[in-house]
Design a protein around this ligand. Structure first.
Ligand SMILES: Nc1nc2c(c(=O)[nH]1)N[C@H]1C(S)=C(S)[C@@H](COP(=O)(O)O)O[C@H]1N2
Ligand SMILES: [Mo]
Length: 255
């Protein structure tokens, strides 16, 4: 637990340099009261304010078991069906590794077993697709922020890019998505390995998919293979930050 706190602090100090100016504007009274200031070192104070700023972001609505959709339908790719993916699938994803690269101090390769052993979060949320349907599902996964803490973001990191195993059309370069650090460290942003208490089905993105609950369906990247911390999106894909964004959709698909 101690280690987690430390790595989170490290992230907040390193990864959130951009928020510094904003934070110094002072956003909460408690962190400025003299007695509270004596309790915390200046680094801790910075962390506290950064955390409030990050975690203070609104949460997406959460639902109950009674609200669950009977079926969580699939959309977009329902089976990547390519050589690499079929090979991984044949072995129940035992050889699959999530790679974390880019602007990090400590690149990682995590097995599905390792990810399942990390502290997880379960949430029941509504998924809204631009094509006009929605579904309520129960997701279990590891907060993306925890994994980014382990990887130790460099101060220049501004976006997290998520690369998937599938192409929607042959030769399209593959599905990918990106989010900013506020969404990356939002407590409901998960790398999910289970839907409705069962291992993620192929149709819903096995072995691992993103849940970024305050945004629309196409941001919820399935079939994750690689995560990259970057300083900008211009040189990624066709430069708009995602598969559908490159085809005209909004990058910030807020609901
Ligand atoms: N890799 C990948 N991720 C994807 C897609 C896709 O085609 N490939 N489709 C997106 C869209 S438009 C939606 S609505 C959701 C659908 O998730 P589901 O199949 O679990 O319903 O996944 C999103 N993530
Ligand atoms: Mo969608």
């Amino acid at each position: 637990m101690k280690r987690y706190i430390w790595t989170r602090r490290q992230m907040l100090l390193r990864g959130s340099a951009a928020f510094g100016a904003l934070m110094l504007g002072g956003c909460d009274r408690l962190s400025q009261s003299p007695s509270f200031q004596r309790v915390l070192s200046s680094a801790e104070r910075l962390t506290y304010r950064a955390q409030r700023l990050l975690i203070g972001q609104s949460l997406a609505r959460e639902f109950t078991e009674a609200d669950l959709s009977p079926v969580f339908r699939s959309n977009g790719t329902f089976d990547p069906n390519n050589q690499v993916y079929n090979g991984l699938r044949a072995n129940h994803f035992e050889d699959w590794r999530l790679k974390i690269r880019g602007l990090v101090g400590r690149p990682l390769e995590l097995s599905l077993a390792a990810i399942r052993e990390m502290p997880s979060r379960t949430q029941i949320t509504r998924h809204d697709c631009v094509e006009g349907w929605s579904a309520i599902g129960k997701w279990t996964g590891v907060p993306l922020g925890n994994i980014l803490n382990m990887a130790q973001l460099n101060p220049e990191a501004r976006f997290i890019v998520l690369y998937c195993a599938d192409e929607l059309e042959r030769g399209d370069g593959g599905y990918y998505e990106s989010i900013d650090l506020i969404d990356a460290f939002h407590p409901q942003t998960l790398l999910a390995f289970a839907l409705n208490d069962k291992p993620l089905a192929i149709a819903n993105g096995a072995p691992l998919r993103l849940r970024v609950e305050r945004q629309l369906g196409y941001k919820q990247a399935k079939y994750l293979m690689r995560i990259e911390a970057v300083s900008g999106l211009d040189t990624i894909g066709q430069g708009k930050g995602g598969y559908w964004e490159d085809r005209g959709y909004e990058w910030y698909a807020g609901i």
